[in-house]
Design a protein around this ligand. Structure first.
Ligand SMILES: C[S@@+](CC[C@H](N)C(=O)[O-])C[C@H]1O[C@@H](n2cnc3c(N)ncnc32)[C@H](O)[C@@H]1O
Length: 702
């Protein structure tokens, strides 16, 4: 390329500006520098364009250093106009809108990250190295044939990880059956990226399909949360206008975040200072960041996610079919079965197993900002400070129990008699002088205090039942539904069930209001919780972000309501595949007088459908939670809610645990996965070769 004639300048200047803009340099300083360079080089564009505008980029950096403000200082409009008209012949403006018309564009700040999935790619290590900005520029200059993916501005992006190959989102209210049998709609042709002619070495793609670019990146500063509780929305949020993700055939990925700022106040700060500021903000607001947290590593992580998602979502856009005719969604689903530990493919599993595997496949995605995906009143984030796994294995989040199939849970108002509700009450039952009918279940005294806590004596009694079951009242069924489900022909004798204390809350037929103090569990989770990777061999766990007093409601154990026969079938099916379920027996109301029907002997299983309760790990004897049966919608004692309350004061960020009541010395712990207990309690019953294995009685004596 030789010296340019005046008529060639406009497209070349446009390309130069685009190249610099991609590096975060705004138009006006670029024009200034470009003008100078053209003068110095006698209008020889080839020298400027060589090596993907290396000279220009270097000059921009020099300019930035000299002016000390990132090269984006306000400049006299005259100069801008001048170079346009006189030196580069750009007076006609830019039809694409990237350069013209004359009014300068809103300034942007750009943060760039470069990552390469290949170890030999220079750019990734450089970008994370000390000479950050300059090296990022260098790396960018290597992006031959780069593809620029641009997120459409008006579409909000969330942190939800989208199942590869799945098209769009599922409506929350879609019933099971529809979800199961619906095929994903064919991909529309317009979901392919639109090709826009770009600069010499690049193809710019404007992406219309969200799935191509959403990845795990959120275009607001909430992406700086590192999965901890979000402070987004309560602070001043710099409006992030654009996220650009560029990749090259070299395997490099570059991201640029653009935020608009007031041009009169803007001075480009040093990037290190920006990182420090954000880090200190995060540490102040989110509290539970690991000690080695840094924005740089977070940005690196975001880049890694782009790379990972890019690999995973390969084919999502085209919806192409593989050789054996299965589409990518099916292949992804099958891969997921394998990764979930299932050895049997859809071909040799039972119908009920298939149904569950398919459902769990469809709802595999977790939102690290809120595992409940908005189903709870508060957001429950997911954090892993120890490893690469961003999320726990898949399951479908439900805030309340759902009937699986045959369970009889009758919520008919007609069944609630006058003695089972307090129709005459008004306002808050707890503040009325006489306890209402709903307190009868708890001996004429409300289980809750005015502060909304379960009374300490009630909690202590429940803890004692767990620790010393032998000291509490038990019933023996005439025909035990549990044994019947195991062996219908000749069930074994009942092994006994504890007569548990049950809380009865006011409900719809009661005259009181929703704020009544005798309605705690039905109002849902109110304390700030977090699902976190424990890093001590117990997998994922649940912790509170708030300090909690004794008797505070934490959450329910929500899951599918199954009959014991259904559970038994599920256990057998799953154990054949070395999978274990998380069931809890609802036997608190079983009594010797009544022979329960098959559909009345129930349990809860949170394996496939569950809430945060399924993350609560076991701790021997001195757990900080106790589970309490709570009756809400139905006076039938065969169905109730299982609610976790604190059994002691709990510090903020402490893991929440409950004693599963496992007899670790028993040979088989089925259906629970047999595990060597790692609870760390000094009273641990389940750790093999434990130096001082203490009994519950010894623990109590302590
Ligand atoms: C209901 S789940 C609890 C959540 C589970 N940690 C997870 O990652 O999904 C029960 C499983 O967690 C693990 N677990 C819970 N408490 C444990 C403990 N004290 N020691 C070792 N493993 C434990 C066992 O694998 C057990 O089967």
């Amino acid at each position: 390329m030789g010296s340019s004639r005046s008529g060639d300048n406009t497209p070349r200047a446009r390309r130069a500006l685009a190249a610099m803009r991609a590096l975060g340099f705004s138009k006006k300083p670029t024009l200034t520098v470009l003008k100078r360079l053209l003068k110095v080089y006698g209008n020889n564009w080839a020298l400027i364009e060589d090596e993907s505008y290396r000279v220009l980029a270097e000059a921009m950096l020099d300019h930035q250093q000299a002016t000390g403000d990132g090269g984006s200082e306000p400049e006299p409009v005259q100069e801008y106009e001048g170079i346009d008209a006189d030196d580069t012949d750009m007076a006609g403006g830019d039809p694409s809108g990237s350069l013209g018309p004359r009014s300068p564009p809103p300034p942007t700040t750009a943060m760039e990250m470069v990552v390469s999935p290949r170890p030999q790619a220079r750019a990734s290590t450089r970008a994370l190295g000390k000479r950050r900005h300059r090296e990022t520029v260098d790396a960018d200059l290597q992006l031959e044939d780069a593809v620029l993916l641009r997120e459409p501005n008006p579409v909000p992006v969330d942190m939800e990880e989208v199942q590869p190959g799945l098209n769009g989102r599922r409506s929350r209210n879609t019933p099971y059956s529809e979800e199961l049998f619906r095929d994903s709609p064919p991909q529309q042709p317009d979901q392919n990226p639109e090709q826009i002619p770009g600069a010499r070495d690049r193809t710019i793609q404007r992406c219309r399909n969200r799935e191509m670019t959403t990845s795990s990146v959120e275009p607001t500063n909430s992406s700086l949360n590192n999965g901890t509780r979000s402070g987004v929305g309560n602070g001043k949020e710099a409006p992030c206008l654009d996220i650009e993700v560029a990749s090259s055939t070299m395997g490099e990925v570059k991201m640029s975040l653009k935020c608009s700022v007031d041009p009169s106040k803007f001075r480009m700060p040093a990037l290190e200072a920006v990182f420090k500021l954000v880090e200190s903000k995060c540490l102040r607001s989110y509290k539970v960041l690991p000690p080695d947290f840094s924005i740089r590593s977070l940005m690196n992580e975001i880049c890694q996610c782009v790379v990972e998602r890019n690999t995973q979502s390969d084919g999502a856009v085209t919806g192409s079919r593989s050789e054996d005719g299965r589409n990518r969604k099916q292949i992804a689903a099958e891969k997921l079965l394998v990764s979930n530990g299932s050895e049997s493919g859809p071909g040799n599993s039972t119908p009920s197993q298939q149904r569950h595997l398919a459902l769990s496949t469809l709802r595999t995605s977790h939102d690290v900002m809120d595992i409940s995906k908005g189903e709870e009143k508060i957001r429950i984030s997911i954090v892993n400070d120890f490893g690469k796994e961003k999320c726990p294995p898949s399951f479908c989040y439900i805030p309340r129990n759902l009937v699986f199939q045959n369970a009889l849970v009758s919520m008919s108002l007609a069944k609630i008699g006058g003695e089972d509700c307090c129709a005459d009450c008004f306002g808050d039952c707890l503040s009325s002088p006489e306890p209402c009918a709903c307190a009868r279940q708890t001996g004429g005294e409300y289980a809750y205090t005015l502060e909304g806590l379960v009374r300490p004596a009630f909690i202590d009694e429940c803890v004692s039942m767990n620790r010393f079951p032998e000291e509490h009242q038990k019933v023996f069924c005439e025909t035990c539904p549990l044994e019947r489900s195991r062996n219908k022909a000749s069930p074994k004798p009942c092994r006994s069930h504890l007569v548990r204390k049950i809380i009865k809350e006011c409900w719809s037929k009661c005259g009181c209001n929703m704020q009544c103090g005798n309605r705690v569990v039905q109002r849902g989770i109110t304390c700030n919780l977090q699902v976190f990777f424990t890093g001590k061999g117990t997998g994922w766990g649940l912790r509170t972000l708030d300090k909690l007093p004794k008797g505070a409601f934490v959450c329910e154990y929500a899951g599918e309501i199954l009959t014991n026969t259904e559970l038994h079938e599920r256990v057998v099916e799953n154990m054949q595949n070395d999978r274990y379920v998380h069931p809890i027996l609802l036997d608190a109301g079983w009594c010797s007088r009544k022979v329960l029907k098959e559909e009345e002997a129930l349990c809860l299983d949170g394996t496939f459908y569950g809430n945060v309760g399924r993350f609560i790990n076991h701790r021997c004897c001195d757990a900080n939670l106790v589970v309490v049966p709570v009756e809400v919608e139905t006076p039938d004692h065969h169905y109730y809610h299982l609610a976790f309350f604190t059994s002691t004061k709990v510090e903020a960020f402490e893991e929440l645990t409950w004693d599963y009541g496992i007899d670790f010395d028993a040979e088989k712990q089925k259906p629970l996965k047999p595990f060597e207990c790692l609870c760390g309690s000094r009273y641990c019953r389940g750790r093999k070769h434990h130096p001082r294995k203490k009994s519950a009685t010894a623990a109590a004596a302590d």
